[in-house]
Design a protein around this ligand. Structure first.
Ligand code: MNH
Length: 474
């Protein structure tokens, strides 16, 4: 009989992997442990828009740059919350990332927090970022042998964020194991994501509840740690970090404040949205630099020019935007491996996508950034790492919305400046201080967690000797 699938696009159908089975649909084509990585494979030849059906849930994916650009037009489309995101509401509630567009707490939190994420607000996080980077370098200097890049970068970004957001030090560089909070948080959220996939299956809700129960202890631990931190600070009017701002700022017109529960959702959101994403961006950039000696030399030359003779030199706040080449190296890493691999969009009213497909507000499409960012119609030799694609003249020649690692419109990433400031600063200091060599035998494998990160990628670091002399121009 078959009831109508969810997200049915008025019954239109799109290319699919071709092995569709009765009842379970396309379940077999997707590797449940690597849904996005397997998507990049089986979706590769299906054209700019394709679909996957799992039980009654239909997913529509957009991989072509032209359709993606249309979906990014904020006047016609807005953020959608597919099942994998709504499942996270169990943990992050109506926090910024998981809120529905029309939820009052989204607007309130957005307005209260925007000032804390402007370019100039980065001034107060700059010293924290420098200090945390210095701790990472000390930590590396005490080790011998190659270092695991992703693991190091994840410690770094987790520390930076927890210090900037709620002045908490997880001691990541004084212990060999990451703080149990980090593991508990990531596992809790991964369970959420898996549950999101399950909800469509018959019996999925039951399995979901089982997973929740199994997970309850971890989640309780995470929630308590955050609630204790919030309770400790409430009553103080200290506004030097994000927590202080959330506790003490009232909406200018309505006088409203965020509730303690919503503040917990926001902190969890910042921790999750803000640490693995930036860590992955740094790690992919270091991977590509280690593979492209010319790019590495150019990046090092820029770091040396700006930071001077002392290998331990650090940038001022004003100097960070001057590392233009290093910034391009990051942009290009996020093109090939966008660490947030996809986001979803729905039309505001009935509309036609690509002059062909009727799309209604209850329909949603997933933009697959890894494919959009490599659409050959926009990107020449899309698999080649070339930071100069991001020279201003080249950016200008590309169609609008060709590059969207931070999402689109009102619901785009609030932490973009934070991530870019931190990542550029860390890369500049790192390249100024060390020579790095990747293992030539390493083949890039990508670990799909909540985000995408390189797996088991190691580099050997050699201190550069003072004074650093500019590398010879070949
Ligand atoms: Mn971030 C939303 C990518 C760093 C906090 N972020 C998004 C979206 C993308 C994204 C894409 C939009 C998702 C969607 O439309 O459903 N974010 C990134 C990347 C990096 C990143 C690639 C690093 C590189 N993000 C950060 C940092 C923070 C942060 C750092 C916090 C300090 N991001 C957010 C929040 C949202 C978001 C909060 C949700 C914003 C909203 O909907 O209002």
């Amino acid at each position: 009989m078959g009831r109508k699938p969810k997200n049915d696009w008025s019954g239109q159908s799109f290319p699919h992997a071709g092995r569709r089975k009765p009842f379970i649909g396309d379940l077999g084509v997707s590797d449940p442990r690597h849904p996005l990585l397997s998507l990049l494979e089986w979706g590769a030849d299906l054209g700019p828009i394709y679909e996957m059906r799992i039980f009654r849930q239909n997913f529509v994916f957009v991989s072509g740059a032209e359709l993606a650009a249309e979906l990014c037009d904020e006047s016609r489309f807005c953020k959608a919350l597919p099942p994998a995101i709504t499942a996270l509401r169990h943990y992050a509630g109506d926090g910024l990332f998981t809120a529905y567009n029309d939820e009052p707490n989204w607007q309130l939190a957005h307005e209260l927090l925007m000032p804390a994420f402007t370019k100039s607000a980065m001034q107060s996080y700059h010293p924290i970022m420098l200090e945390t980077a210095a701790e990472l370098f000390d930590y590396w200097d005490r080790q011998s042998g190659p270092v695991d890049v992703t693991r190091s970068m994840t410690k770094l970004t987790m520390e930076t964020l927890s210090r900037a957001a709620f002045s908490h030090d997880f001691g990541s560089f004084t212990t060999s194991q990451p703080h149990p909070f980090v593991g508990a948080m990531v596992r809790a959220l991964e369970t959420g994501r898996r549950k999101g996939g399950l909800l469509t299956a018959p019996g999925g809700r039951l399995i979901g509840r089982y997973l929740d129960r199994r997970n309850a202890e971890q989640q309780a631990y995470v929630d308590k740690l955050l609630d204790d931190l919030i309770a400790e600070r409430s009553g103080s009017d200290d506004q030097h970090d994000l927590l202080g701002i959330m506790l003490n700022t009232e909406h200018a017109e309505t006088g409203e404040k965020l509730s303690a529960l919503n503040i917990r959702y926001q902190i969890l959101t910042f921790l999750v949205a803000g640490h693995e994403t930036t860590s992955g961006a740094l790690s992919f950039a270091l991977y590509y630099l280690s593979r492209n000696p010319d790019c590495l030399a150019a990046a090092q030359r820029e770091a040396d020019e700006i930071l001077g003779d002392d290998p331990a030199g650090v940038p001022t706040f004003e100097q960070v935007p001057k590392f233009r080449y290093i910034r391009r190296c990051l942009d290009e890493a996020l093109r090939i491996w966008p660490t947030v691999p996809a986001f979803a969009r729905s039309p505001r009213e009935d509309t036609t996508l690509g002059d062909r497909y009727l799309m209604r507000p209850e329909d949603w499409a997933v933009i697959v950034l890894g494919q959009v960012h490599r659409d050959p119609a926009v990107w020449e030799d899309p698999d080649v790492y070339d930071p100069d694609r991001f020279l201003p003249a080249n950016v200008k020649q590309r169609p609008a919305h060709s590059y969207k690692p931070f999402g689109a419109g009102l619901r785009a990433c609030i932490g973009r400046q934070f991530a870019l400031h931190e990542a550029v600063l860390v890369l500049a200091c790192l390249l100024h201080r060390y020579d790095l060599a990747g293992d030539p035998g390493y083949e890039l494998t990508v670990d799909e967690r909540l985000t995408m990160v390189p797996q088991d990628f190691e580099v050997t670091l050699e201190p550069r000797r003072a004074p650093v002399t500019a590398s010879p121009v070949s």
